[in-house]
Design a protein around this ligand. Structure first.
Ligand SMILES: CC(C)(COP(=O)(O)OP(=O)(O)OC[C@H]1O[C@@H](n2cnc3c(N)ncnc32)[C@H](O)[C@@H]1OP(=O)(O)O)[C@@H](O)C(=O)NCCC(=O)NCCS
Length: 182
């Protein structure tokens, strides 16, 4: 069983049945899904949770369910993922985040991501991480920058799951390397 990660305000943990309902609401919210091709149906959210849990079983790490310590509320995810598509930067481990918009703007994604980076480098021994999004997703790019990632312009790519001409096809690639000896 992978470890839970604890931050000042959150526990990052494996998923529970009671996360399903609030995660369905997050994925059905147009504000949260602004930079994704579509909002998710309840069934698609259930499939997403199943894929995340399979990923944990396969790799021992994944996209952690984020729970606020103070209220025990599930607010989304922060964690690691091996992308399931081919791209020039693959193989790689991605760091990613998605939070309920009531909780945006108070540093929670950055706080969770910093804990995930430490875990990835110090415990898992990964040597690097990538993150990617559409150029217009400035909130997410800001989180990438705040955790020390750099935009690798030579790695920007067209997402292979989206058709040519789709407005969300172009993606920016960010990288973070573990320093030798850390
Ligand atoms: C991306 C996301 C996880 C950020 O969560 P968060 O907890 O609000 O992030 P933080 O508070 O740690 O940092 C957000 C930063 O973006 C900045 N920001 C917010 N809106 C912005 C905007 N419109 N333009 C530029 N920067 C913006 C904030 O000011 C903050 O930076 P600062 O600390 O330097 O002021 C959240 O917005 C989200 O879930 N979005 C939808 C899902 C998504 O797009 N996920 C990423 C897919 S790649």
């Amino acid at each position: 069983m992978p470890n839970d990660l604890t931050t000042a305000r959150m526990i990052l943990r494996r998923w529970r049945e009671e996360d399903r309902k609030p995660f369905r609401a997050i994925n059905a919210d147009a504000r949260v899904m602004e930079f994704f091709p579509a909002q998710l149906t309840a069934e698609e959210t259930d499939q997403t949770i199943a894929r995340i849990e399979e990923h944990f079983d396969r790799y021992g790490f994944g996209l952690y369910a984020a729970e606020l310590i103070e209220t025990r509320e599930f607010i989304g995810f922060v964690g690691l993922n091996v992308p399931g598509f081919t791209a020039p930067f693959m193989p790689a481990v991605e760091i990613g985040w998605r939070l309920a918009c009531e909780h945006w703007g108070s540093g929670l994604a950055t706080e969770g991501a910093q804990a995930v980076v430490r875990y990835a480098f110090e415990t898992l021994g990964l040597r690097g991480l990538v993150s990617f999004t559409v150029p217009a997703n400035l909130r997410s790019r800001r989180v990438m920058e705040k955790i020390g990632m750099l935009h690798d312009r030579s790695g920007d790519f067209d997402h292979p799951r989206l058709p040519e001409g789709h407005p969300l096809r172009r993606h920016v690639l960010y990288r973070l390397y573990a320093l030798p000896g850390v």
